[in-house]
Design a protein around this ligand. Structure first.
Ligand SMILES: Nc1ncnc2c1ncn2[C@@H]1O[C@H](COP(=O)(O)OP(=O)(O)OP(=O)(O)O)[C@@H](O)[C@H]1O
Length: 255
């Protein structure tokens, strides 16, 4: 879906991402791991076209990304930054409706398909009954889910998500991650998600990319990252894994 060839980022004279070769496969649920400041958000911004590479090339679906029409790109790729704007005076449904801009434009009337996409998105994130609430009145987790609804209403084929579960309780983390996994399975969505919870990444993602100081130090399946010493090297911390009695991914814990 995305291919970086020697693509790197320098901001204000500071090297943030080394020139890297990296492929993001289509139809996969990719977790971006790495310590604070390792470059996850920068890589997502690059894929979302919020940043241009300082060198090298970046292709989306086989075409140089800069040649894509912005509206066509927005129909195919949805981006949720780590800190979305305040939008305090907007209601939840107004936020979700913004996801339809690439399809309708900001000032065009919404049709039945738009209304259905917005209603489905709100239901998927559990906010169907809160559509008329002002964003300022929501809890942090509810607000995060409203932004996710905007992205789902956009109906893109690729989601770029920067810590989408950071403010969510365990139940809502599970619901959002299950929803994302089911979108990959049912609609073959490509999902690239920065996440700090390694256990959740192992449980839901099927492809992992770990960054360290602006370069990938691990790219591969969840099983491979569990080999002795790999997680410890990524996080510079002795890390153990423990297989619970039930089947499923291991529990990850600092030693
Ligand atoms: N405009 C900028 N100018 C200088 N340095 C920057 C700029 N933007 C980001 N950085 C630095 O680049 C590094 C990577 O930042 P980035 O936000 O991509 O990391 P991250 O892996 O997403 O971190 P976190 O897990 O804390 O969200 C950080 O050290 C950050 O301070």
């Amino acid at each position: 879906m995305f291919e970086l060839r020697g693509a790197g980022v320098v901001l204000g004279g500071v090297r943030i991402l080394s020139p890297i070769d990296l492929a993001i496969p289509a139809g996969r649920f990719v977790a971006l791991l790495g310590r604070n400041g390792s470059g996850k958000s920068t890589l997502l911004s690059l894929l979302a076209r919020q940043l241009a590479p300082s060198e090298g090339a970046l292709a989306f679906a086989g075409q140089p990304i800069e040649e894509r029409q912005p509206r066509e790109f927005a129909r195919r790729v949805g981006w949720l930054p780590q800190h979305p704007p305040e939008a305090a005076t907007m209601t939840v449904v107004e936020v979700a409706r913004m996801g339809r801009y690439p399809w309708r434009g900001a000032f065009m009337r919404h049709d039945v398909r738009d209304a259905r996409a917005v209603a489905t998105a709100l239901a998927q994130v559990g906010l169907a009954d809160m559509g008329e609430r002002a964003m300022a009145s929501l809890s942090g987790g509810e607000r995060q889910r409203a932004w996710l609804a905007m992205l789902l209403a956009q109906e893109p084929s690729c989601l770029l998500l920067d810590e989408p579960t950071a403010a969510l309780d365990l139940k809502h983390q599970m619901e959002v991650l299950r929803l994302l996994a089911s979108l990959r399975d049912r609609r073959r969505l490509t999902i690239v998600m920065a996440i700090h919870d390694v256990g959740m990444a192992l449980r839901f993602a099927d492809h992992l990319i770990a960054l360290k100081a602006g370069r990938p130090v691990f790219v591969g399946p969840p099983e491979a990252i569990q080999r002795a010493g790999v997680l410890s090297a990524i996080y510079d911390l002795p890390i153990g894994t423990l297989q619970a009695a039930e089947a499923g991914p291991p529990i990850v814990y600092p030693l």
